[in-house]
Write a protein of this length. Structure first.
Length: 234
């Protein structure tokens, strides 16, 4: 970017102060001046001619600058012209301001097409929006969530009732499933643990948990390995 000399910058700031430009906006005016001088140097335009300003503003429009930015850039360059030639700058400022106002006023305003939510006539019950492009499906704002389903199987007393002749083991199954939830095991793992606990209960003929011992566990494991031929990995 073109670097302004200290002398030019001092004279330019003096013109800004004379025009009543707030000091907090000096940075932006200096920025547009450097852009303009760099533009003239790059494309071979004479910086003291008004035609160069018009080309510079056209370039800003091509760069999608906002109207307020273009207007500020135009004022900055006109103040620079006043540094070079005060008489010409006053005349050019009056002409440029008038043309810029006409140009902004001639820009057609974009009026948004109203979208009215209505029901579809096909009987589906879905809401849609009708506008310039015809029917536009619209998702409902609030969606009805599906009912919560626990990943664990139902409690054993509801699925496989324990014979009334022995202990129910209801509390033991509850403790097992609570432990699975606390440890964040998968539902598949919880189901497998429940099956093995049910087999152990059947093997012990629903003995009360207080009466169980390590010998019951050893006998159950031996039964699985010898009679049922269950592998150790199971």
């Amino acid at each position: 970017m073109f670097n302004t000399s200290p002398d030019l910058q001092e004279r330019f700031l003096a013109v800004l102060a004379k025009k009543g430009i707030p000091a907090r906006e000096n940075f932006f005016f200096l920025k547009w001046l450097r852009y303009y001088l760099d533009f003239c140097l790059r494309y071979g335009h004479r910086k003291e001619q008004k035609a160069s300003l018009n080309l510079f503003l056209k370039k800003l429009r091509e760069k999608k600058q906002t109207p307020s930015q273009i207007e500020q850039a135009s004022r900055a360059v006109l103040h620079f012209f006043e540094v070079l030639s005060p008489e010409k700058a006053v005349k050019w400022e009056r002409e440029t301001t008038t043309s810029s106002v006409k140009e902004v006023s001639n820009v057609p305003r974009k009026i948004p097409t109203p979208f009215v939510p209505i029901s579809r006539p096909d009987g589906t019950g879905k809401t849609s929006q009708i506008g310039r492009g015809g029917w536009h499906p619209r998702e409902p704002v609030a969606r009805k969530l599906p009912p919560f389903r626990s990943p664990l199987p139902p409690e054993p007393e509801k699925r496989l009732p324990v014979p009334q002749t022995g202990a129910s083991w209801v509390e033991e199954f509850k403790e097992l499933y609570n432990g699975i939830l606390v440890r964040h095991y998968s539902p598949k793992t919880g189901k497998a643990y429940g099956i093995w606990l049910r087999k152990f209960q059947t093997f012990t003929r629903s003995k009360t948990p207080e009466s169980l011992s390590t010998s019951d566990v050893k006998e159950f494991l031996t039964y699985l390995a010898v009679r049922e031929r269950v592998s150790a990995s199971s």
